[in-house]
Design a protein around this ligand. Structure first.
Ligand SMILES: NC(=O)c1ccc[n+]([C@@H]2O[C@H](COP(=O)([O-])OP(=O)(O)OC[C@H]3O[C@@H](n4cnc5c(N)ncnc54)[C@H](OP(=O)(O)O)[C@@H]3O)[C@@H](O)[C@H]2O)c1
Length: 298
């Protein structure tokens, strides 16, 4: 057996900031950081109350952990304060080894017939403009070495769009380009992107119980695993991004196989598949017969 544990030590003694750590994926990553022996963990979100509650939950779940945890309020939704808020956050944090960005507000669900410039701009503030500014104002706080990392968040709808989500899907896909570009500009600091599929996090608290469970069932049908993601599974992608000093400019997709499934047909219902089979297959069979007849005659 190795005298030093080369895998288990990778996050021990490190300093990590999670912007969006008060709930959902960010909170899951915070729990992972406690288990991996991170020395200093900072959590930021728009609400001081939610940050304080998240820190209490972490302390209760890990009473023996030696991780020092600090909380910071930093609202990223307002164009007129976003620059100052991010600068203030980094001034309070000090040096970091890893930065994780999971902050996101309610998904902008308006279809193409109902768009205006203000809506489009507001929809990108937290999920798209904020990570660009975080990288710009935070780069000096991150130790300049390949072990350091920034991990951003997109969503599977950037790879497989949902009908009626043109704004969200555009920003989600744009984050792929942002990540690769930042990986070049910030080298040797690594920059990666996690692309999660659906998970039943606090993001869905806006729905009533019945709609929420219907939505989760329908999203589960769009996967190959038959279920939506668990936070502790999706959090692994962020923890891996931090630990693999060879990973940069990468997109890690963790979506229960949604990209491999006939997800759109699944969501639309079996009737559409039946119509397709009834309509298209006889026509295809007829064409194939003519094709083979043609070969024989030639
Ligand atoms: N859950 C899913 O099914 C799913 C699937 C694919 C992609 N995603 C994306 O993954 C990201 C994280 O999702 P999640 O499920 O973890 O959501 P979540 O549980 O709602 O967490 C979002 C985090 O962002 C913070 N936040 C919200 N508005 C903010 C603001 N104005 N300024 C700063 N922080 C803010 C929240 O804290 P406060 O409210 O305290 O500010 C919270 O910590 C989002 O971008 C989401 O769109 C989610």
């Amino acid at each position: 057996m190795a005298s030093r544990l080369k895998f288990r030590q990778k996050l021990e003694g490190t300093r990590v900031l999670i912007i969006g750590g008060s709930s959902g994926f960010g909170f899951g990553v915070a729990e992972g950081c406690m288990e991996w022996g991170v020395a200093h963990l900072s959590i930021a979100s728009s609400s001081e109350k939610r940050v304080t509650e998240a820190i209490s939950r972490l302390r209760q779940s890990y009473p023996d952990a030696t991780t020092e945890i600090k909380g910071h309020a930093c609202d990223l939704s307002n164009e007129s304060t976003i620059d100052a808020n991010i600068k203030t956050l980094f001034a309070a944090i000090g040096t970091l080894d890893h930065l994780v960005f999971t902050a996101g507000d309610a998904p902008p669900t308006r279809d193409n017939s109902d768009l205006d410039m203000q809506f489009i701009k507001n929809a990108g503030m937290v999920r798209f403009f904020a990570p660009l500014l975080v990288a710009a104002y935070g780069r000096e706080s991150i130790a300049t070495r390949p072990e350091s990392s920034i991990t951003l968040t997109t969503g599977v709808s950037g790879e497989r769009p949902i009908p009626g989500w043109p704004v969200a899907c555009s920003y989600l896909a744009g984050l792929h380009g942002m990540t690769r570009s930042l990986a070049l500009d910030l080298k040797p600091i690594r920059v990666n992107l996690v692309s999660p599929g659906a998970a039943n996090t606090e993001m869905w608290d806006v729905l009533d119980d019945a709609t929420r469970s219907e939505t989760m069932e329908s999203l589960a049908r769009a996967t190959t695993t038959g279920r939506v993601g668990a936070v502790e599974d999706i959090a692994e992608a962020y923890l891996y991004s931090m630990r693999d000093a060879n990973l940069s400019g990468a997109i890690i997709s963790t979506n229960g196989g949604r990209c491999a499934s006939n997800w759109y047909l699944e969501i639309q219902g079996k009737a559409e598949i039946d119509n397709y089979i009834e309509g298209a297959l006889p026509e295809l069979a007829a064409k194939t017969t003519f094709f083979f007849m043609g070969i024989v005659l030639c």
